[in-house]
Write a protein that binds this ligand. Structure first.
Ligand SMILES: Cc1ncc(COP(=O)(O)O)c(C=O)c1O
Length: 486
C-alpha cells in the first residue's frame, strides 16, 4: 500500500518529493517539524510507491529529532529519500511509450502527487506561471538560504560562473551553442532587447501579428515613435487550411524595407503552433531577420532552436519549465550578436560576446541556481512524455466539445498545430462572463481572452491535471452550451 497525503485544509502534498532531497531532514526548511506535520495529515491510498515515506512516517511517531536522524541514517534514507523513490517509481513505467503513458492516469497521478495543489478550484490557467513541483521548490528555498548565508562573498566569487553553468545546461536543452544563449528575467526582457537593439532607420519596416503578445507589440510601437519605423500587422487565422496560408500571410506583409519579423512559436491566446521554420526560410529569402517569441514553447513541445532557422529566440522559463518566477532565455544566432545594441550599458566585452547583452545589474541569483533543478525534473519525467501528456489532455477535452452546438473552439484541431493550450468560447457569452461563471459556479480557474479575433477562455492544464478534472470542465461547458442563447 502506498499513500497520498492530504492536509486538513484539503491541499494535497507530495509523496515521493520532498523535504529532504540531498540533505538531512534537519537542514531543510521546517526540518523535522515539517515531516512530523506530514504525519498529522490525512493519509489516503494512491497509486504511487512511496514506501520510503510510509516507512519514515512509522518511524516518526513518538521519536525525538536525534533518534529520527539516527534511524533515517541507518535506513539509508538521508540524501536518498525522494530522488531515489521518484526514480524508482518512474523506472517501473520504463517499458511504456510516451503515447501509451499519455493516457495512463496511474502514472500522472503519481506526478501530480509531487505538487502542492490548492483545493479551492481546478486550475486550468497554468499558462501564466507553471508553479513549481515541491521537489524543485525545496531546492529553490535551499538556494535562497545558501546565497543568503554567503552574502556578498557569493556575489563576488561564483555568481557568474554558476549563471554560465545554468545557461550552458539550458543551451543543451535548446540544442544550441552556449555562446548563443543567455539567461534573462523573462521573454519580455529577451525580445525587447532584440527589438530595441536593432540599428533602426526611419522608414524601416517590421512585421508582426495582432495575436502577438502585447508587451512586444508595445516595444515595436516605441521604436516606431522614436525611430520612424513602420509596423505591418497581420492577423493569423485560428483554423488555417495549410502552412502555406500562414507563410503567405507573412510573406505578403514583407517589402524591400522590412528589417525584422516577429512570430510566435505558439500563440499564447489560442495555443496555435506556427510553421516557424517555413516562415524563417521565407523571410531570409527576402533578406529579413526573424525573432521568435517562444514564451510557451520551451519545455512544452520538443524542438531545437537552430532547427527553426531563426535569428533570435526568447522564452520564459517560469512557464512550462517550472523555474521560479523571473527567468527566461535569449538566443541570438552567432552571426547576429555583434550588431545588437544592449538594453543596459556594458563595455569591456568583445562585440561578438553574447554576455555583452546580459548586464541587468544585481538580480535574484538563487533563481539561476534553481534552473538546473527544474531541468533535472523536466528530464526525469521526460520531454517526450510531457509533450504527449499535454497534447493528450488538450485533445481529451476539446474532443468532447468540439462539435457541440454553441461551443466555439479557437484552436486548430490538427495535432501538429497545437499541444496543451486551447481556447474555447460559448456563443453569445462574453469571455469575461464565461471566466466568471466557470470560477464562481463550477470552481474552475481560467483566463478570458477578448481580442485579436479570439473570444473565449484560454485553457492551460499542466502535468498534474487529471482527466477527472477535465470531465468537470467538459460538464460545465456542456451545461453552458445548453443554456446559451447562441
Ligand atoms: C506569447 C508570449 N510572449 C511573451 C510573454 C511575456 O512573458 P513574460 O511576462 O514572462 O516576459 C508571454 C506571457 O504570457 C506570452 O504568452
Amino acid at each position: 500500500m502506498c499513500w497520498r497525503t492530504r492536509a486538513r485544509d484539503g491541499s494535497e502534498s507530495p509523496k515521493w518529493v520532498g523535504m529532504m532531497r540531498g540533505r538531512t531532514c534537519s537542514e531543510q526548511p521546517g526540518g523535522l517539524h515539517s515531516l512530523v506535520s506530514l504525519t498529522q495529515m490525512w493519509l489516503r491510498p494512491c497509486p504511487i510507491t512511496s514506501l520510503l515515506f510510509a516507512r519514515a512516517n512509522s518511524y516518526l511517531v513518538g521519536m525525538n529529532k536525534r533518534t529520527f536522524l539516527k534511524n533515517t541514517a541507518a535506513l539509508g534514507l538521508t540524501g536518498l529519500f525522494p530522488t531515489v523513490s521518484l526514480a524508482n517509481w518512474l523506472s517501473t513505467f520504463e517499458g511504456k511509450s510516451a503515447t501509451e503513458l499519455a493516457g495512463d492516469e496511474s502514472f500522472w497521478d503519481g506526478i501530480r502527487s509531487g505538487y502542492r495543489l490548492k483545493p479551492d478550484y481546478i486550475n486550468l490557467e497554468n499558462g501564466y506561471y507553471c508553479f513549481l513541483p515541491e521537489a524543485t521548490l525545496e531546492k529553490f528555498v535551499q538556494h535562497v538560504r545558501d546565497v543568503n548565508y554567503q552574502g556578498s562573498y557569493y556575489m563576488r566569487t561564483v555568481q557568474w560562473d554558476n549563471k554560465k553553468r545554468a545557461a550552458a545546461k539550458l543551451a543543451v536543452l535548446a540544442g544550441c551553442s552556449a555562446e548563443e544563449l543567455i539567461i534573462t528575467r523573462n521573454t519580455t526582457e529577451s525580445l525587447d532587447t532584440v527589438i530595441a537593439g536593432q540599428d533602426w532607420k526611419a522608414g524601416d519596416e517590421a512585421v508582426m501579428a495582432e495575436q502577438d503578445y502585447g508587451a512586444m507589440q508595445d516595444m515595436f510601437k516605441h521604436v516606431a515613435k522614436r525611430h520612424g519605423v513602420v509596423l505591418k500587422v497581420v492577423s493569423v487565422p485560428n483554423h488555417p487550411a495549410s502552412d502555406e496560408e500562414i507563410v503567405n500571410l507573412y510573406a505578403n506583409a514583407i517589402t524591400p524595407k522590412t528589417k525584422l519579423l516577429m512570430v510566435c512559436h505558439m500563440i499564447n491566446i489560442t495555443g496555435h503552433i506556427l510553421p516557424v521554420r517555413k516562415i524563417c526560410d521565407m523571410a531570409h529569402s527576402k533578406g529579413v531577420k526573424v525573432m521568435v517569441d517562444g514564451a510557451h514553447a520551451i519545455a512544452h513541445i520538443q524542438f531545437s532552436i537552430p532547427d527553426l532557422h531563426c535569428d533570435y529566440y526568447g522564452a520564459s522559463l517560469h512557464k512550462w519549465l517550472s523555474v521560479p518566477l523571473g527567468a527566461g532565455i535569449l538566443y541570438v544566432k552567432k552571426e547576429n550578436i555583434a550588431a545588437l545594441w544592449p538594453l543596459f550599458g556594458e563595455e569591456g566585452k568583445k562585440q561578438e560576446d553574447i554576455y555583452r547583452l546580459n548586464h541587468t545589474g544585481t538580480h535574484p541569483v538563487h533563481t539561476d541556481l534553481a534552473i538546473a533543478d527544474a531541468i533535472d525534473f523536466h528530464l526525469q519525467i521526460g520531454a517526450e512524455r510531457k509533450e504527449a501528456r499535454l497534447r493528450f489532455l488538450q485533445n481529451y477535452w476539446t474532443g468532447k466539445v468540439r462539435n457541440l452546438k454553441n461551443v466555439i473552439l479557437n484552436t486548430p484541431a490538427d495535432a501538429a498545430r497545437s499541444c496543451g493550450i486551447a481556447n474555447v468560447g460559448i456563443a453569445g457569452m462574453k469571455p469575461g462572463d464565461l471566466a466568471d461563471v466557470l470560477m464562481k459556479r463550477f470552481k474552475i480557474f481560467t483566463v478570458a481572452i477578448d481580442g485579436a479575433n479570439v473570444h473565449g477562455c484560454r485553457i492551460t492544464p499542466n502535468l498534474y491535471t487529471t482527466t477527472a478534472e477535465l470531465d468537470t470542465f467538459v460538464g460545465a461547458l456542456r451545461q453552458l452550451a445548453t443554456e446559451a442563447k447562441g
